[in-house]
Design a protein around this ligand. Structure first.
Ligand code: CJB
Length: 835
């Protein structure tokens, strides 16, 4: 057992441990030792990767004592632990973040510099684990950071995908996907714990029988089993001694993998099947906001949830607690419905394996789970064909039927005589082919359900789940998303961080982001504004260099940097931004509009490989870029860039350089958005619709510092209901007509008029996301942006106010709300006296 009192409290390091001390000499020793004894190299022959790994191990060593101390502290106190279940954790590169949290960046930089090694280069080139698609996975990572910084006991449970989100290149303007073998050169941050392996059953059938003492029992006879083992990554809080755990599971074959094959004596066949079980965690599904009803995906979901719940039971036992204490030991948060099968799995464990009576098991289950919904898009809502579900999880289907039977009985009494409502509430969709509705399972099995921004939460209650809201209004809540200022300001924007610390007089803002409000009083200070502008300009030059390296396009750092980075999706309306660019281009060509503010439009984002329309949107962006960038008449006034492979690392370079943040989804479609917050914190102004968290950003920073345009969610729905005719808008607006005609006439596709037809025809005939309805308002708003940008001083003042008033958008605030309202947990800080 660990001796208490090793830690000096806030950011303290074990003083008595020479191996993990942080003085330059100790760091140097540790690094050279790892280089030789872990990597087997001397400095003379070490590769870049050897050096990176030796540095990473040196840093990891310095987290380990705190890490094990944290878990023994949690065990000793038995406080409720948050289990954050998520199929995605998009954590980004770890080295810089861990150095920041340990507060050893400068010491290590100096030490390595003496050995001729550039630490910043190591940080820049670190391979990032792409274990997520976009906002949902990145939110989970920001939450892990805030949980650790807030010293709330927490474990993140997910999947250790061998291949993360594909690596995007652009060939001839089209997206090409390449596999992301992120583990190829080793992952120094995770520790494998095969000793905590778990067996997971899949498929087969159930047997109902009576046991020796006359109890009704159910036995699940699986078709196959897989073995899950965890990879643990330390998640350090910012300058605190708490280090929480991100525990990701990898599937392996069990010894006796497939009973039927082995019994037939087919050795090679059985080995072949072993390979199949390892496929389970091979690859992250690259779809964002679209449900893929693939068996392997269901198996992935069940696999990691089953591993996680087993692991929690192991911890419970280790703490000497009975299974009935489960809800007091763990608060399990479902990050969307991907882990919702956990509701049925916990019930199965309690009733089948621990023989807990149904009512008691159900009470415990509901007290344990809470569910966050992240989207209203119908195509993203998970439902599994009943037959598929049954073939993978036969016992869970029986349990779901029983949950449903009891639930619908309750609903019948509650909504007397309203059978249609009962039909709508059912966990089983029986309107055609039968499906299991995962959102319904999550709702029934949770004590709290929340949306991720105020508008989104309202729409959940009114439109997505109105029947559940009618049944249990008290369960519904709202927690607006947030992002961590450690990664998104301190690490990404060191210039702004230094300026903030100087202006505010200390670094408290890093853990208490609302203090950034203190910048407001400098908004009219000319000297401060000048320094602010210098920081922004430096960041713009760095981004310009990245753009040149990656695309060959030379952009002018004095132009307005107008940025739209996020997944490519029709509802996010990247093509609306293209219509605006084409309108500008048309004006330049026809009106010699030379007084236009020079702008660089920067796009980034991945399209799901099977999403043909989204891939065509990328082609449209790059096609317009090619024409505009090579037109000598346009000169510096218009540049368009598609920066390939948008990722966390790219984001760290992009957000700090942005001046205008494009948040242009159709109102009512973007649940929250989190990129919008990263931009605002870094002092970009937003041009945006009244959607998701844009609304709250606008409220906070003030409408006079925000470029709002377009219909509200209400207006959009009313227009749709009253009959929406996009072709009339096209007919009546000359600029819009000109823009669309240029595209569909083949001007950007070397005369190939058919290329973009799927997009333009859709806009003219259906336009589900109502681009044409918002076009005029958007273009007019962009003209106001130009006017504002002409007054550099005034623009910067607005930028400072955006940053200063972004206090609400730290994930520390989101986590504090979840902790208080959903999880009923509190911080367990290290007092330095054994906790
Ligand atoms: N979101 O990234 C995803 N994937 C999904 O499948 C569903 C939603 C996003 O989640 C973010 C975090 O809550 C939201 O900010 C964003 O609006 C939403 O699209």
């Amino acid at each position: 057992t660990l001796e208490p009192g090793h830690l000096r409290g806030q950011g303290g390091v074990a003083e008595d441990d020479v191996r993990t001390a942080c003085e330059p000499e100790a760091l140097k020793r540790a690094f050279l030792d790892h280089l030789l004894y872990t990597q087997g190299k001397t400095l003379e022959i070490a590769s870049h990767n050897d050096i990176y790994l030796a540095v990473a191990y040196t840093v990891r060593d310095r987290l380990l004592r705190r890490w094990s101390h944290t878990s023994s502290r949690h065990k000793r106190h038995g406080t409720r632990t948050v289990a954050y279940l998520s199929a995605e954790f998009l954590i980004g590169p770890s080295l810089g973040n861990n150095l920041l949290n340990l507060d050893i960046t400068d010491a290590l930089r100096e030490t390595l510099a003496r050995l001729g090694i550039d630490l910043d280069e190591l940080v820049r080139r670190e391979v990032e684990p792409g274990l997520g698609n976009g906002g949902l996975g990145r939110l989970a990572a920001c939450f892990m950071d805030s949980l650790a910084t807030g010293e709330i006991p927490a474990i993140g449970y997910g999947i250790y995908y061998e291949y993360g989100i594909f690596f995007q290149t652009v060939v001839d303007g089209w997206q090409v996907e390449n596999t992301d073998k992120w583990l190829r050169f080793g992952n120094p941050w995770a520790i494998h714990h095969p000793e905590w392996g778990v067996e997971v059953k899949l498929g087969g059938y159930t047997e109902h029988y009576t046991d020796d003492v006359g109890r009704f029992r159910v036995r699940w006879v699986p078709e196959k089993t897989v073995w899950g083992t965890p990879f643990d990554t330390p998640v350090a809080g910012y300058k605190v001694s708490t280090v929480n755990t991100l525990r990701l599971w990898r599937a392996e074959a069990t010894e006796e993998f497939d009973f039927s094959v082995f019994n037939r004596g087919d050795y090679l066949g059985a080995v072949n099947k072993k390979v199949t079980s390892e496929n389970l965690t091979k690859v992250l599904y690259p779809n964002d906001e679209s449900h893929q009803g693939k068996e392997l995906r269901l198996e992935q979901q069940y696999f990691f949830v089953a591993c996680a719940l087993r692991d929690m039971l192991r911890i419970l036992e280790h703490r000497g607690l009975p299974v009935t204490e489960f809800p007091r030991a763990f608060a399990v948060q479902l990050n969307d419905t991907h882990p919702a099968i956990g509701v049925a799995e916990l019930m199965r464990l309690l009733i089948d394996e621990y023989l807990v009576p149904w009512e008691q098991a159900w009470e415990a289950t509901r007290a344990t789970f809470a569910y966050t919904n992240h989207t209203l898009l119908p195509e993203a809502l998970e439902r599994w064909p009943l037959e598929l579900f049954k073939s993978v999880l036969p016992r869970h289907l029986e349990i779901i039927y029983e949950i449903n039977r009891r639930f619908l009985n309750e609903a019948r009494i509650r909504f007397f005589g309203d059978e249609s409502r009962v039909f709508r509430l059912s966990l089983i969709d029986e309107s055609g082919e039968r499906y299991v509705r995962m959102a319904h399972l999550a709702c029934v099995g949770s004590h709290a359900i929340n949306g991720v921004a105020e508008l989104h939460s309202t729409l959940i209650k009114e439109q997505l789940l109105p029947d559940f809201y009618a049944m249990w209004p008290e369960k519904f809540d709202s927690v607006t998303n947030g992002v961590t200022p450690r990664r998104w300001v301190v690490l990404s924007n060191p210039g702004l961080a230094a300026l903030a610390t100087e202006a505010l007089g200390d670094e408290h803002w890093i853990r208490d982001w609302p203090r950034i409000a203190g910048l407001e009083k400098h908004a009219d200070d000319a000297a401060f504004i000048e320094r602010w502008q210098r920081v922004k300009h430096t960041n713009k030059r760095s981004l310009a260099a990245l753009i040149r390296d990656e695309t060959g396009v030379v952009v002018n750092p004095d132009s307005l940097f107008d940025v739209l980075v996020k997944r490519i999706h029709e509802y996010k309306r990247q093509h609306l931004a293209v219509l605006h660019i084409v309108t500008r281009y048309h004006r330049l060509k026809t009106q010699r509009a030379t007084d236009m503010v020079p702008r660089t439009f920067i796009f980034g984002g991945k399209a799901a490989p099977g999403y043909v329309r989204a891939k065509l949107m990328i082609k449209l962006i790059t096609a317009v870029a090619d024409v505009v960038n090579s037109d000598p008449e346009v000169r510096d006034l218009l540049k368009v860039v598609f920066l390939p492979n948008f990722s966390v690392s790219k984001g760290q370079c992009i957000y700090p350089a942005a001046e205008l943040s494009e948040q242009i989804s159709l109102a009512g479609k973007e649940a929250s958005g989190t990129g919008n917050m990263k931009f605002a914190m870094n002092g970009a102004l937003t041009i945006g619709t009244m959607d998701g968290a844009n609304i709250e950003i606008c409220q906070e920073v003030g409408a006079e510092n925000f470029f709002a345009f377009g219909m509200s969610a209400d207006e959009a729905q009313r227009l749709l209901r009253s009959g929406y005719y996009p072709r009339d808008l096209y007919r009546d607006d000359a600029e819009l007509r000109a823009a669309i005609d240029l595209i569909r006439g083949g001007f950007f596709s070397r005369g190939d008029a058919g290329l973009f037809e799927p997009l333009t025809n859709d806009l003219l005939n259906e336009d589900r996301y109502m681009l044409l309805a918002d076009y005029a308002s958007y273009v007019e708003c962009q003209d106001r942006v130009d006017a504002a940008y002409r007054d550099a001083r005034q623009w910067s003042r607005m930028a400072v106010l955006n940053c200063a008033r972004s206090g609400r958008f730290s994930s520390d605030r989101s986590i504090a709300e979840y902790a208080r309202r959903m999880w009923h947990t509190s911080a367990l800080p290290d007092t330095g006296h054994g906790g």
